[in-house]
Design a protein around this ligand. Structure first.
Ligand SMILES: NC(=O)c1ccc[n+]([C@@H]2O[C@H](COP(=O)([O-])OP(=O)(O)OC[C@H]3O[C@@H](n4cnc5c(N)ncnc54)[C@H](OP(=O)(O)O)[C@@H]3O)[C@@H](O)[C@H]2O)c1
Length: 349
């Protein structure tokens, strides 16, 4: 960022603070790690509303989805959240109310899907400012709720499959055996559908209550992860996995995956714990044919656009668990933390 950009950013934040002190907006704030949240009308600066800085695009959200538990516990600070109080949630869809000077692709009134920055969040409020690079148009065939479900989860599934597992999404690739762990989770539900676009043979693990849902999305084999076969992630038909998308909320040791992998099998690990980083390095150093790669996602607007188009074409759907009004955002957040949801929790206003 050059000097004038930094000065411009300060001006924006000062303007935002001044404006917001006249017009407080409704938000859900994380005020302390470990459970202190406040749902209130809050006067805030930091570009929360009506940003007019060139690279940003301000918009009113009508729907947003709820994000990850690491925010609540502060496990990833100071990267995210950068500072407290923090307005939670990054995945939103809504309508543009103002565009910055440098924004060419959008105009007031456009319907959009956007991903806000991990560090700043800002989703659980009446307005937000998004970087235009992570904003895409939302066609009328895609509801705001379906669109708001996409950003983090579907982008993660898309990146894991297309970049790390070389899936093409058009059915032209060689058939692969793919294991998806945590298949009933936010990432897993999108990963199943994207893998089936390549006509992959998909084996899924999930809890017993979600087996029918996972089957309905087209998986070929399902394992209840609480059974001995599920714990051992063994394919009922005896197949070895070319790729594993490890998107369960709990880590699974390499020793469990290893005997089930094909000769060049690869585990794409979304859980990013110390043991997965250790395994990644060890497999590199020993030139192992069976490998593990931690998922390091590069967020791209073009990938979000691709996902919105797949929803429009009826090839991908957002599974929705429940909807809450913004005034009940705290209940929605608590539900997400309890982990009782299957599919996206939507907050709307
Ligand atoms: N690296 C990245 O960029 C990135 C991006 C997004 C997400 N993630 C990570 O990816 C993982 C999934 O995220 P998410 O949002 O999809 O989580 P989620 O919605 O909480 O889903 C996790 C799923 O894992 C299942 N599960 C729990 N233990 C399991 C086990 N031992 N075997 C198989 N399934 C198990 C749960 O099933 P039940 O509900 O039936 O118990 C749940 O459906 C998380 O670890 C998250 O931190 C990483």
């Amino acid at each position: 960022m050059c000097f004038w950009e930094v000065v411009g950013q300060w001006c924006l934040e000062l303007a935002g603070t001044a404006l917001n002190s006249f017009c407080p907006v409704e938000t859900l704030l994380l005020t302390k790690f470990g459970g202190k949240r406040r749902s209130r009308r809050w006067r805030t600066g930091g570009g929360l509303i009506y940003a007019s800085w060139g690279r940003f695009l301000g918009f009113c959200r009508r729907f947003r989805t709820l994000g990850v538990k690491v925010f609540e516990k502060g496990q990833a600070r100071p990267i995210f959240p950068r500072k407290l109080p923090h307005i939670l949630v990054t995945d939103v869809a809504g309508e543009v109310v103002e565009v910055g000077e440098g924004v060419k692709n959008f105009k007031v009134g456009d319907k959009v899907v956007a991903m806000l920055s991990y560090g700043n969040g800002g989703g659980l409020g009446e307005f937000a400012a998004a970087n235009a690079e992570m904003v895409v148009a939302r066609p009328s065939e895609v509801s705001a709720a379906e669109g708001a479900g996409l950003p983090v989860a579907a982008l993660s599934a898309h990146w894991a499959l297309t970049k790390d597992a070389e899936i093409k999404l058009d059915g032209t690739g060689k058939q692969k055996n793919i294991l998806i762990t945590g298949a009933s989770g936010n990432v897993g539900l999108y990963a199943i559908q994207l893998a089936k676009l390549e006509n992959a043979h998909v084996i899924a693990t999930c809890g017993a209550r979600n087996i029918e849902l996972v089957r309905s999305l087209g998986v070929n084999e399902v394992l209840d992860y609480k059974t001995p076969e599920g714990e051992a992630v063994k394919s009922p038909s005896g197949r070895k996995y070319d790729f594993v998308i490890h998107s369960a909320s709990q880590a699974i040791p390499w020793s469990v995956f290893e005997p089930n992998l094909s000769t060049n099998g690869k585990v794409i690990d979304l859980t990013l714990g110390p043991s997965s980083l250790f395994t990644f390095v060890l497999k590199k150093l020993t030139f192992s044919k069976k490998t593990l790669v931690p998922l390091i996602i590069s967020l791209k607007g073009e990938n979000l656009d691709c996902l919105v188009k797949l929803v429009k074409e009826g090839k991908l759907k957002t599974v929705i668990d429940s909807s809450f009004p913004l005034s009940k955002a705290e209940d929605a957040w608590a539900k997400r933390l309890d982990g009782n949801n299957t599919g996206k929790i939507i907050v709307e206003h």
